[in-house]
Design a protein around this ligand. Structure first.
Ligand SMILES: Cc1cc2nc3c(=O)[nH]c(=O)nc-3n(C[C@H](O)[C@H](O)[C@H](O)COP(=O)(O)O)c2cc1C
Length: 175
């Protein structure tokens, strides 16, 4: 989609998982912007079941890195946002909190890319042991659930943008 210069399209295609980070801290106004964009995600019946734990203290980032077997870049990233959901908020949240919080996570990652930051989504949901470890580190109460962690920082690697439509994924009018 190189011929379309629209910055939103370019941000969507340009976002890649970044797993190497510079040590520079993320400016507070950028953190605010990330959280505002996360909260702008669509949610079923607008139930907005999300909670976010913003982590910028090195010992806590290190503890999260210790707890997540595929999240060792947290030892390097200056920032993480732990995306949680409240399935008990209402009937819509009970059914759709994962979709809602995934949309918030994606908004957060796209905003990070647009601000010159890199990020990677670290899965937590569906791994009770991992979720319990993170719940313990951060003091997340029941019945709040943990969807995942975004490790965030200024990128120390460059990746090419996405392009093309996945072969076999597109079905026209019928399967
Ligand atoms: C639900 C979910 C869980 C993921 N968990 C991890 C993870 O634990 N560690 C990691 O390095 N990347 C993780 N990723 C990132 C994917 O590996 C990555 O998005 C995928 O390889 C595509 O690369 P891209 O993000 O650069 O387009 C996860 C992504 C999703 C959506």
């Amino acid at each position: 989609m190189k011929e379309i210069e629209d910055p939103v399209i370019q941000a969507i295609l340009g976002r890649r998982s970044i797993r190497r980070f510079l040590q520079n801290p993320v400016e507070p106004e950028k953190v605010d912007c990330l959280m505002e964009c996360a909260c702008a995600a669509p949610s079923a019946a607008n139930s907005r079941p999300w909670h976010f734990v913003v982590v910028d203290e090195r010992p806590v980032l290190d503890a999260l890195g210790e707890a997540h077997p595929y999240g060792k870049m947290l030892y390097q990233s200056p920032l993480a946002v732990v995306v949680c959901g409240d399935p008990g908020k209402n009937d819509f949240a009970r059914l759709y909190w994962e979709e809602d919080c995934s949309a918030a996570m994606e908004n957060l990652q796209l905003a990070a890319h647009a601000l010159g930051l890199g990020s990677v989504w670290l899965g937590v949901r569906h791994n009770p042991e991992r979720e319990q470890a993170i719940r313990h580190i951060l003091g997340i109460p029941q019945p709040i659930a943990v969807l995942g962690i975004a490790a965030i920082g200024y990128p120390d690697e460059v990746k090419p943008p996405h392009e093309g439509i996945d072969p076999g994924s597109l079905h026209l009018n019928r399967w």
